[in-house]
Design a binder for this molecule. Structure first.
Ligand code: FES
Ligand code: FES
Length: 161
């Protein structure tokens, strides 16, 4: 099968890459763009380590073909930081110790950010937070510190810097 051209925007930068039509979005991000913050944990749409934002929605990048993202905007964990400043969710995770090995953390940060964006300022219950990140598995921390970090951002304790 011939390679195809994929034009898309990743973390605000325009890219044009030539890929095999069966290339997964996760492979394009990691192997073609070198953005290795996005992890491949299971490749079976189970763990959420590969989660990125596609046009503002959380998407497991092992579950879509890169070519399906033609002309779309992708945000990976590397794109959460702006002008050298960590995002509110990143700072809350740091303050609450919401990570250990870091394999799940990139996907968890993306899912948490998308979840909070979709709330439009509404403060969620603990259960709603847990449902909001249910597609992401963390084997190290347990989820309490992650839920506390997301809650702190939802409560307005962390602003964009
Ligand atoms: S690598 Fe995509 S969900 Fe696990
Ligand atoms: S910090 Fe280890 S799997 Fe999440």
């Amino acid at each position: 099968m011939e390679k195809q051209v994929l034009r898309f925007k990743v973390n605000g930068d325009e890219y044009e890459i030539f890929i095999h039509p069966k290339t997964l979005l996760a492979e394009a991000i990691r192997d073609h763009l070198g953005l290795t913050g996005t992890k491949r944990g299971c490749d079976t749409v189970s763990c959420g380590a590969c989660t990125v934002m596609v046009n503002g929605f959380s998407v497991k990048s092992c579950s879509v073909l890169a070519i399906q993202c033609q002309d779309m905007e992708i945000t990976t964990v590397e794109g959460l930081e702006k002008n050298g400043k960590l995002s509110p969710v990143q700072r809350a995770f740091l303050d609450h110790g919401s990570y250990q090995c870091g394999f799940c953390t990139p996907g968890m940060l993306i899912s948490s950010t998308t979840f909070l964006n979709e709330l439009n300022g509404k403060v969620p219950s603990d259960m709603e937070i847990r449902e909001g990140i249910e597609g992401n598995i963390c084997r190290c921390t347990g989820y309490n510190s992650i839920v506390r970090a997301i809650d702190a951002v939802a409560q307005g304790k962390y602003k964009e810097e």
